[in-house]
Design a protein. Structure first.
Length: 216
């Protein structure tokens, strides 16, 4: 595995460490996000070990994307996204779980990389992030660049929008060219680094005694 790719991927540890160091002093509403970063960090370690041993990383990555989807959805719930539509939260969780099971155990194999679930949950996360940020633009009284919620959602929008594009490339067979695949993944590693640094900054901006965040 390329050294730059490893370094960029392990940049997720910056936010993870900051999150746990500050956790006792900050609003517990960010717990799902911190857990999500922790799971991502552990998955990066597992993927590195398995790649070094020339083992298939599809299994652990398929498990990870399910956990990521559920944890991020939980995070939006703690931010009050589903306060007016509580049934929607249950519906999204059920949709994610069922679609993951169908794709990994019925239509495909859990030991192979799948595309439909990744596209689905990325699309859902982007929609939820846009909704949250729209509300913040209308209601937040201070600089949005100092809003941890706005920064995290912006990171989600950037990363998962590009992820949707990548999955679309693969689905329509546009990954035939080796040079094209290299360029796509190279850009993804830079986006991953940039977004991980946004997450770290967001965790630094969380007030020590923040009020519970509720969004209409």
């Amino acid at each position: 595995m390329d050294t730059q790719v490893i370094i960029f991927s392990f940049s997720i540890f910056v936010g993870t460490i900051i999150g746990w160091l500050r956790f006792k002093k900050i609003e517990p509403a960010f717990l799902p996000f911190i857990i999500c970063l922790t799971v991502a960090s552990l998955n990066e370690v597992a993927s590195l070990i398995m790649t070094t041993c020339q083992a298939n990383t599809a299994f652990n990555n398929n498990i990870y994307v399910l956990l990521e989807a559920l944890l991020i959805t939980w995070q939006f719930k703690t931010w009050g996204l589903f306060n007016r539509h509580r049934h929607l939260y249950t519906f999204i969780l059920s949709l994610l779980a069922i679609s993951w099971i169908v794709e990994n155990f019925m239509t495909h194999n859990i030991f192979s990389i799948t595309f439909c679930f990744r596209t689905l949950y990325s699309f859902i996360i982007v929609l939820m992030s846009i909704h949250i940020n729209n509300n913040l633009i209308l209601t937040y009284r201070y600089s949005l660049l100092k809003s941890p919620v706005f920064l995290i959602c912006t990171g989600f929008i950037i990363y998962f929008t590009y992820k949707i594009l990548v999955e679309a490339f693969w689905f329509y067979g546009l990954n035939v060219s080796r040079d094209f695949r290299i360029n796509v993944y190279s850009l993804l590693t830079w986006i991953n680094l940039f977004v991980n640094l946004i997450y770290a900054l967001a965790l630094l901006w969380i007030p020590k005694k923040a009020q519970h965040i509720t969004l209409s």
